[in-house]
Write a protein that binds this ligand. Structure first.
Ligand SMILES: CC(C)(COP(=O)(O)OP(=O)(O)OC[C@H]1O[C@@H](n2cnc3c(N)ncnc32)[C@H](O)[C@@H]1OP(=O)(O)O)[C@@H](O)C(=O)NCCC(=O)NCCS
Length: 160
């Protein structure tokens, strides 16, 4: 398993991994594509970074993560997406992606990583995954995404 930045030829495979999880809405999938387009622009800005996991074939995409510096903060980063191919979940790929991002960002001086997710049942495995990786719940906003569906914010402090 290798973790590396994606190549433009990986774009549709990354989008397919996101689609196949079945947890993201059409709007969320459109945003993933927009972020990928921004990332692959000839003169990319520094808002988003992507890493993918290749598991087996050199052109395979088993999972991806997207993260970036949070605007107007001192060394705070957002984890926007982390997603593993449905058929390859629970084999350690997500953990490896997350650890790699944390190690990279720690080396780059990041103070903390924040992420947001839904409090719905569909995201229970994702919340457990973050908690097992040391992310602490720092906020819960009821009815944020929709009536009955709130937002949970998590934080992992990397260094003071
Ligand atoms: C959340 C997500 C990214 C986790 O990725 P993953 O690759 O499945 O995660 P891991 O395999 O590293 O760990 C998941 C579980 O598998 C277990 N596991 C890890 N390696 C394992 C192995 N070799 N054999 C069996 N189980 C294993 C871990 O103990 C972990 O248990 P937990 O659910 O209690 O935390 C993935 O499930 C996913 O893509 N979900 C859909 C999209 C999503 O919800 N994304 C987050 C919101 S943006």
């Amino acid at each position: 398993m290798t973790i590396q930045p994606p190549h433009p030829t990986d774009l549709s495979k990354i989008a397919r991994v996101a689609e196949n999880t079945g947890v993201f809405s059409a709007e969320e999938l459109r945003v993933v594509r927009q972020m990928l387009d921004t990332f692959f622009r000839p003169a990319p800005d520094d808002d988003y970074e992507f890493l993918i996991s290749r598991n087996g074939a050199p052109d395979s995409v088993a999972g991806f993560a997207c993260f970036g510096p949070t605007p107007f903060t001192d060394r705070i980063w957002d984890l926007y997406w982390i997603c593993v191919d449905r058929t390859q979940q629970c084999t350690g790929i997500g953990s490896q992606l997350l650890r790699q991002i944390e190690n990279d960002l720690r080396t780059r001086g990041a103070r903390a990583i924040y992420l947001e997710t839904s409090d719905s049942t569909a995201y229970a495995p994702a919340r457990r995954f973050y908690e097992r990786h040391g992310y602490e719940r720092v906020a819960h906003l009821d009815d944020f995404y929709a009536p009955g569906e709130g937002k949970v914010m998590y934080r992992k402090v990397l260094q003071k």
